[in-house]
Ligand binder design. Structure first.
Ligand SMILES: [Zn+2]
Length: 95
C-alpha cells in the first residue's frame, strides 16, 4: 500500500491513533470516539496533499449490479468477488 507520506502510513498502521484507511473504498478518515463512525478526510493532516477521490459511489454501483449493498459486505463478504473486498477492483479498473 502506498500512502502520501511516511506519517500517514505510520498513522494508519498505529492501533492507538484514530486514523483509518479503507483500501476497498479508498477512503481515509478519522475515527469518532464511538469507535464506529468515520469522519472522512480529503487532505493528509501531515503533508497536506490532496488524497485521491474516494470510490464509494463506484463500489456501490458495482455491488448493486450484483444485487448487493454496502451493508452486505459486513455480514456476507463471501457473496462478493474477492477483488471487491480490497483495493484490487479499482486498481484493475485503473481508477
Ligand atoms: Zn501525507
Amino acid at each position: 500500500m502506498s500512502q502520501c507520506c511516511d506519517q500517514m502510513a505510520y498513522a494508519i498502521g498505529a492501533d492507538d491513533l484514530p486514523v483509518s484507511y479503507s483500501p476497498r473504498l479508498r477512503e481515509w478518515g478519522i475515527q469518532y470516539r464511538d469507535g464506529v463512525s468515520i469522519n472522512m478526510i480529503e487532505y493528509c493532516p501531515w503533508c497536506g496533499k490532496k488524497l485521491p477521490k474516494d470510490l464509494r459511489d463506484e463500489w456501490v454501483e458495482r455491488a448493486e449490479k450484483l444485487g448487493l449493498s454496502l451493508w452486505d459486505v459486513e455480514d456476507h463478504p463471501e457473496k462478493f468477488p474477492p477483488e471487491m473486498l480490497d483495493d484490487r477492483w479499482w486498481k484493475e479498473a485503473g481508477l
